[in-house]
Design a protein around this ligand. Structure first.
Ligand code: AMP
Length: 172
């Protein structure tokens, strides 16, 4: 089963992806996680991505497409995968179409999570406060200011992309 999971930041894509992983035994390919790993390893692409991610903006398409296509070629995706947080732009969706076609494989479904924006902002504020009080880990882009940028970017570049003449689709 090859799935794409779409939705605004904070909607719970990661949480839902983990449930699907447990149910179907296919890997979760989260571009956010892969980029955070690249940042932690201080690789060239990671260092390039860090400042962009900290501002809540999108990492260039060519960087993300290359990270995803390399990952899709790992042996553990033989029975499928869940793309979490990719594609986020029309260019990425088109690149995905092309990369899948080259490999002779197709998506089975695209799932979109819809959550009310006020609920998302409340959730992020709650998470930030909880982490501050407990001294727990908090992502550098999980604060209310950057979160608003991430939401704006989602609206402008991902949600609108779905309405373009090349919608993110599962029938190609
Ligand atoms: P996420 O963990 O999915 O919320 O992603 C965290 C950050 O990683 C985003 O705010 C972007 O800066 C970057 N990122 C993740 N996926 C993509 C993508 N498909 N295209 C561009 N940037 C991405």
């Amino acid at each position: 089963m090859r799935l794409v999971l779409l939705g605004p930041p904070g909607a719970g894509k990661g949480t839902q992806a983990k449930k699907i992983v447990a149910r179907l035994g296919i890997p979760q390919l989260s571009t956010g996680d892969m980029l955070r790993e690249a940042v932690a390893s201080r690789s060239t692409s990671g260092l390039r991505a860090k400042h962009i991610m900290d501002r809540g903006e999108l990492v260039p398409d060519e960087v993300v497409v290359s990270v995803v296509t390399n990952r899709i070629d790992h042996l553990d995706t033989a029975n499928g995968f869940i793309l979490d947080g990719f594609p986020r732009t029309v260019t990425q969706a088109e690149a995905l179409d092309q990369e899948l076609a080259t490999r002779g494989i197709k998506l089975d479904a695209v799932l979109e999570l819809e959550v009310d924006e006020d609920a998302l902002l409340d959730r992020i504020r709650g998470r930030a406060e909880e982490a501050t009080t407990s001294g727990g880990y908090i992502r550098s882009d999980d604060n209310p200011e950057v979160f608003k940028t991430r939401l704006d970017v989602y609206r402008a570049q991902t949600a609108l992309a779905k309405l373009s003449p090349h919608p993110m689709r599962s029938d190609t």
